[in-house]
Design a binder for this molecule. Sequence first.
Ligand code: GLC
Length: 433
Amino acid sequence: MEARPALDDAALGRDAWSVLDANWTGLATHPSPGIYPHQWSWDSAFTALGMARRNPRRAREELRSLFRGQWRDGMLPHIVFHSADRSLYFPGPEVWRSLDHDDAPRGVATSGLTQPPLHAYALWWMWRNGSGLDRESLRGFVRRLWPALLAQHAHLARVRDLGGGGLAAIVHPWESGMDDSPAFDAPLAALPVVRRDYRRDPAGAESDHDRYIWLAAGYRDSGYAAGYLREEHPFAVEDPMFNGIWLASTWALAQLAPVIGRDPAPYEEDAARIRAALIERLWSPSSGAFLARDVRAGRSIPICTVGGFGPLLDPGLPMEYITAMVALLESPRFMGAAGYPVPSCEIRAPEFDRTRYWRGPTWVSANWLLWRGCCVHGMTGLADIIASSTLRLVRQAGFRECFDPFDGTGRGCRDFSCSAALALDLLTTSRSV
Ligand code: GLC
């Protein structure tokens, strides 16, 4: 654990704001300086919901600027580029070539993949926690963003139901937000051998990164075609976190509909359909957990990761699933054996690695989702444990990207916006669960 002076709540809040201010471009918040110099989709949703109480105007700006990148068919890209400078980030606009695609927006370059659709949920959080004074302008914002949110959800239902069972499939590990999660090892390993000209080191062994680029390039070269995804694209996974978030956001649409005089019923029906599909396709009775499903191989992927807890966010999930998920979460496979929970992969799995991103470390963003899931189901004791251990991490190690689940050492980049924004939210909201 790195030494850092213990901070009281007020000092921690000030530190969080200085990170968010330093990462603000005037239009949006970079995930972090250096490594992530553009706008990432679910990071912006997390950042917006973290700022909802204390700076609702900027929270709105965050979502507004992200949706500038939305494609005409509703696809909300996982990166909106803020600079064409190739040296800043790879793969940059020259790899995605969105500007060559008719559906992509003009004047702003984006990636061609998406990320978990947390945005309607973030908007609902803004509405739920926004200040009374600002109510009418927030209502106006809900009204303006509404068609874009519906288009985003309709796109998932129309283009991404690759398994035909009512869930949205991700077509690249990056779309999960949990890029190197062991849940994607098997479908990645099953890909055809990557041609040498896609390899970073053509003389060396093929790496996961080569497979990532090759997968993205195949989709791009199809013209980002829905038919290609259906018939040919070799990677398609139904991920419980992606779909749990989709379900929670669909529920959020039902909550927001009356705010702008709409009927909530269609969104309630959509939510019921996604819930039923999640249970039918991803629940594994023998593991007592939601598992990702490899659509191409036609089987579920037998490893429990933090992504499996995504459906906890759904207020309508029947109790038997909640009870089983909480037993797993509290067991030594996740929280029970980690001093700084929640590890991103179950500790006993051979793939668990306490040092590598989504293969073991604890993330503030995943913890926030789990904290929220516990609140939704009235498990305030567990919610408090998650909130306070998350705040202990950032208090001790700073707003790092992720953390060693055993000793709390910071990992990945520093001054990570999601960690700062969500700590701000936990500082306020967790006191009033
Ligand atoms: C990494 C993370 C992903 C995040 C991105 C930008 O790729 O895995 O969740 O969106 O960085 O912060």
